[in-house]
Design a protein around this ligand. Sequence first.
Ligand code: 38R
Length: 265
Amino acid sequence: MEKYESLGVVGEGSYGIVMKCRHKETGQIVAIKKFMEGDEDAQVKKIAMREVRMLKRLRHENLVNLLEVFRRKRRLCLVFEFVESTALDLLEARSSGGLDPEAVRSYTFQLLRALEFCHAQNIIHRDIKPENVLISGLGVLKLCDFGFARPLAGPGENCTDYVATRWYRAPELLVGDTRYGREVDVWAAGCLFSEMLTGDPLFPGDSDIDQLYQIIQTTGPLSKAHLELLTHNPAMSGLRLSPAVRPRFAVKFPSWPQLQVAFLQ
Ligand code: 38R
């Protein structure tokens, strides 16, 4: 840490903090993710070690690059390349409306390239959201935060422990399907595509039930398998299923070009 001087905190979460720093000798600007004092908290340590393991396997121009790892005052520190802003920053910088459609097309292409690469390595990111999508001044997108990323479960294996941000959660996660896969990242990427175009989250649910309700109102009914899971999920017992919802993408986005609607759908 003596090698770096702090330029300020850029993010904070349950894991710890992210700081912008400068390497004193080379002048290189980096982002350092300092985990909370991890040795007492087994959960934090597990997340940190998982992230390091994943990042060492995943090198791609659309994934944030891990430069070094060290321990300082018992805290694990991950040093990354610094990227100027997050997609959340870009969205918040607008008073109304979304980003330029040409830029959204480029970001979406790069995000899907990042996912194609992770998925080809059998890794699901599981927490795609605006804060985890970094965008450089030159418009290069880099996906970050692999703290929740997971190797894909093999046949017969189940994935439990899911805590991703609600607005970007796929319906299979909301109904309690433990055999979800790569599709959960594609779902979140679709939510982000829409949010970047409009400036507003696609499905801003205020509870898990409301989340699933909002999704069905736009996509139409759940599959038979998901309906079956739903009836066994006590957390979803308050959900009112309207008898005949039809897909309503085109109604929700009347001013969108047809290709954009089709792509989201
Ligand atoms: C920025 C710029 C502005 N806000 N990050 C990715 C690393 C990183 C972050 N490299 N360049 C940045 N640039 C940890 C932020 N905030 C931010 C971004 C991501 C805060 C938290 C996270 C989530 C990974 C994580 C630093 N991890």
